[in-house]
Design a protein around this ligand. Structure first.
Ligand SMILES: [Zn+2]
Length: 133
């Protein structure tokens, strides 16, 4: 495995307000969060790449029945970063009951927050959060 950016380094980057991925030397795709192989072509020729933290909201759902430890309702969203890759995170700073179709296409900024681990997790981790710009 080419460990140009490990999960631990990705998590450390989030704690320092950086969004890290890996850039493929074969096809130029960026995989985020970093993985051992390129998300597009499977190559292992990867190097760490810091992405910008702005994106466009593409889809979302309001979670009303949540796993243990989570506090519904909350919004889980997909966004296309200005650098290309799509990322998933929680849209925060907005009442989930007021979420509507007008959110699609809005510009967001990407940050992160600590999420307490549950019985399925490796422990507490940082997860992406989105704020409307
Ligand atoms: Zn590739």
């Amino acid at each position: 495995m080419n460990a140009e950016c490990t999960f631990e380094e990705y998590q450390k980057g989030l704690a320092e307000d950086k969004l890290l991925g890996v850039l493929c030397a074969d096809c130029n795709a960026v995989t985020v969060p970093p993985q051992a192989v390129c998300c597009k072509c499977g190559s292992q020729k990867l190097s760490a790449k810091e992405l910008g933290k702005t994106a466009t909201l593409k889809s979302y759902t309001v979670i009303r029945i949540a796993p243990d430890g989570m506090n519904p309702p909350y919004i889980v969203a997909l966004a296309e970063t200005d650098d290309g890759p799509w990322v998933m995170g929680n849209l925060v700073g907005l009442d989930p009951e007021k979420a509507d179709i007008e959110l699609i296409g809005k510009k967001i900024s990407i940050s992160s927050q600590e999420v307490k681990g549950d019985i399925y997790a490796i422990g507490d981790i940082r997860a992406l959060t989105f704020n409307l710009q």
